[in-house]
Design a protein. Structure first.
Length: 263
């Protein structure tokens, strides 16, 4: 099965604007199917396509928690210390940090221990991502790949799945001088990942690898970064002693809630 083509076809259907009565019925079915809480969003009948519903925006920004906040809604699959450039997607399924980050990682930047967090965004979640803290953007690195599902069942079947899938790596420096990598992982039916400050990034396309570097580009805590077109995964990797997580595996996270203290 060509997962990338399937995701493209799914995207065409999701973007199609059906007659109003039918679109409302589709939207209502989707909301009920995935038990979506629409209390923070516009009414179901205000979305003219399934993709518009997928990428729904908050009616008002959420209050920001203290310290380092969650960049998105989702399920905490893993939150742990890594070592020797190895981490785990779920249980005993390993992924290699150097392969995941590619050119975003330079020699000795992650020697020894580091912290990592895997957030899985399901189809029911708010699909936008925001800055977890104030940070200076250093680069954005696009790596093409396949579009395997990143749900738990798929993670249990594949080692190194995150490093096999299409992904975009945002590298930044925190105000305490430590480095952070935010990895936005593509997945089945997620044909697009968008970034407000870099329109040249075109995911699930014919583009080859691309690395963009920046000077004097900063994001404030809570600032909008971009969005997935459906659920997916965000991996956060930080140098040792950059932050201290206050959450645990299997917790449900909401964008803007406090999840760590900044060292």
């Amino acid at each position: 099965m060509d997962y990338n083509k399937f995701s493209n076809y799914f995207g065409l259907v999701a973007h199609y604007k059906f007659p109003k009565w039918l679109q409302n019925a589709i939207n209502s079915w989707y909301v009920k199917k995935f038990k979506i809480d629409m209390s923070e969003f516009n009414p179901i009948n205000s979305y003219d396509s399934l993709n518009a519903l997928f990428t729904r925006k908050l009616q008002a920004p959420r209050p920001l928690g203290d310290g380092f906040v969650s960049p998105s809604d989702g399920l905490c699959l893993e939150c742990a210390k890594g070592n020797n450039l190895k981490a785990y997607s779920i249980k005993s399924k390993e992924y290699k940090i150097d392969e995941l980050l590619g050119k975003s990682l330079e020699d000795s930047e992650l020697d020894g221990e580091f912290d990592y967090l895997n957030i899985y965004l399901s189809p029911r979640d708010y699909h936008h991502y925001h800055a977890p803290c104030d940070m200076d953007i250093l680069s954005l690195n696009y790596t093409p790949g396949t579009l395997f599902s990143v749900a738990k069942s798929a993670l249990l079947k594949h080692d190194n799945l995150y490093a096999l899938n299409e992904r975009v790596v945002l590298k930044a420096r925190l105000k305490n001088g430590k480095l952070i990598w935010m990895v936005f992982v593509g997945a089945l039916n997620v044909g697009k990942m968008k970034f407000d400050f870099e329109p040249r990034i075109q995911t699930n396309s014919n583009l080859t690898k691309a690395l963009y570097k920046y000077d004097n580009l900063s994001l404030k805590k809570g600032e909008h970064i971009g969005n997935f077109d459906l659920g997916s995964t965000i991996v956060i990797i930080t140098q040792n002693n950059a932050i201290n997580y206050t959450i645990k595996k299997d917790m449900i996270l909401k964008q803007a809630q406090s999840i760590a203290n900044i060292c």
